[in-house]
Design a binder for this molecule. Structure first.
Ligand SMILES: Cc1cc2nc3c(=O)[nH]c(=O)nc-3n(C[C@H](O)[C@H](O)[C@H](O)COP(=O)(O)O)c2cc1C
Ligand code: SF4
Length: 445
């Protein structure tokens, strides 16, 4: 396929020759196109840049094959294979397709960037995934606080309606700005008109028993946007970026002590963390890195510096790409103090439905707070370990598991600080809070 002349950088169709890039920079895929200052890309500019739909768009089997061959995995945190979810829902009745653009992680900005600047790419992907699933309805879900995203999506939907595109019926639903309301079963509950709180779903995945019992395919906004390009350029093209286990490019958000916190980059090849962090203004390893989100894992800065940014390498190091957050803890900052703030925030975001989550997380937060202040004893530390193990896997959703993972990684990476703090000694940390923590307010609808 040849591309029509574009107003911004076109999607790179050859081999991957950049390691990463930002919005509008050459060699990128999802972020290719106009500069960030240009605002949401119009339908005309989007179509001029990306060209026509593939001939096989109406062929459901062909779309499913492309999705399967691409090896696309979900970008919402769990890296679940996109094609397998679709296969699970097949033949179970009238499916519904949901684009999860909630982006609950406070420091993450990748989904907001896509929805705000490339709304048609997300909507194209939703159309393709809906066609592949045989779904006639699409719901895009985002947090109420994402006003630019809502404006961009509403405008994009009216542009598509005016242009007479043969889209499935598409609607936007706003959810509360709460951490757990982007979880899949909370999204189902929201779409049923209920509170956006998770439900006990271990045996009832949304793909099988979703909105009003219908098979409901929930894909993260980035996963969806990949599908929009995949259908045009194919599975082989898709696999030129990324790695064998997690093909395709990945969006990351730089957070914490970065030159521009909130900057979103698209990683095309497994570049070293050091090089990637250079884009955040770093020329030497940070004290530590928070990888994958607030419910992700801390990694030691020095040992991570030469690691490739890849699903495989991060997995070996005890982390996962998660939502793509790369949080930088600068030298001199207190990792225990930051963790205490994050655990307190996450504990306050419990949906208040499961005992181990409500009481357990509050207790973990209190002990960690005491540890950060140099007021915890060895017995408290043993209690922290015991309680963390006791909570894991006991919530209706995986929220408590994420908090436990964060705590366990902090105790590992900041072990020398833990020893000092247990002796009641200050670690001499300087500076204010590093990561943004929104106030825990607002209801669940
Ligand atoms: C506490 C919690 C919060 C979550 N928040 C989000 C979110 O804001 N956005 C999102 O896409 N996925 C979120 N997820 C993951 C979703 O449950 C779901 O796996 C994902 O939307 C599926 O999309 P994917 O297969 O494309 O990754 C969250 C999961 C948990 C446990
Ligand atoms: S584990 Fe926590 S966040 Fe998840 S449903 Fe239960 S109370 Fe709510």
């Amino acid at each position: 396929m040849t591309l029509a002349p574009s107003t911004g950088s076109a999607v790179d169709q050859g081999s991957v020759d950049i390691a990463f890039g930002g919005v509008g920079e050459p060699g990128t895929r999802l972020l290719a196109g106009p500069e960030p200052g240009s605002g949401a890309e119009s339908l005309i500019a989007h179509q001029a840049r990306l060209g026509a739909w593939p001939d096989f768009e109406a062929d459901r089997r062909a779309l499913l094959d492309v999705l399967d061959l691409s090896g696309l995995r979900g970008r919402g945190g769990g890296s679940f294979p996109a094609a397998a979810k679709m296969a699970a829902a097949a033949g179970r009745g009238r499916p519904l397709l949901v684009v999860n653009a909630s982006e609950s992680e406070p420091a993450s900005a990748k989904d907001a960037t896509l929805v705000g600047l490339r709304p048609h790419l997300v909507l194209d992907g939703a159309r393709i995934l809906a066609r592949a699933a045989g779904a006639e309805e699409v719901s895009v879900v985002l947090h109420r606080g994402n006003r630019p995203g809502l404006r961009a999506l509403s405008h994009a939907l009216s542009e598509r309606a005016r242009a007479g595109l043969d889209d499935p019926e598409m609607t936007v639903t706003l959810g509360p700005d709460r951490y757990v309301s982007g979880e899949a079963s909370a999204v189902v509950s929201l779409l049923e008109g209920g509170e956006a709180k998770p439900r006990f779903t271990r045996r009832r995945p949304a793909a099988l028993y979703g909105v009003h019992g219908r098979p409901t395919l929930i894909y993260n906004a980035e996963t969806t946007a990949h599908a929009g390009l995949l259908a045009r350029f194919g599975a082989q093209w898709f696999r030129r970026a990324g790695t064998a286990e997690r093909p395709g490019s990945t969006l990351v958000t730089l957070a914490g002590a970065a030159a521009r916190p909130g900057r979103v980059l698209e990683v095309m090849a497994p570049v070293s963390m050091g090089l990637l962090l250079g884009a955040a203004g770093l020329d030497q390893p940070p004290a530590a890195l928070l990888v994958g989100g607030y419910a992700g894992a801390w990694l030691d800065g020095a040992t991570t510096w030469d690691l490739p940014f890849s699903h495989e390498a991060l997995g070996h190091a005890g982390a996962s790409i998660g939502c793509g957050l790369l949080g930088i803890l600068p030298p001199g900052a207190c990792g225990l103090g930051e963790t205490a703030r994050l655990v307190t925030y996450l504990a306050g975001e419990s949906a208040g439905q499961c005992g181990p989550c409500v009481f357990g997380l509050a207790e973990l937060a209190a002990i960690f707070e005491a540890l950060a202040l140099g007021q915890a004893s060895r017995a408290d530390l043993r209690r922290l370990h015991r309680r963390a193990l006791g909570i894991e896997g006991r919530g209706a959703c995986r929220h408590p598991d994420g908090v436990v993972g964060l705590i366990q990684s902090a105790l590992r990476v900041f072990a020398p600080d833990v020893r000092r703090h247990l002796k009641g000694r200050s670690c001499g940390a300087t500076g204010g809070p590093i990561f943004p923590v929104p106030p825990t307010t607002g209801g669940w609808r």
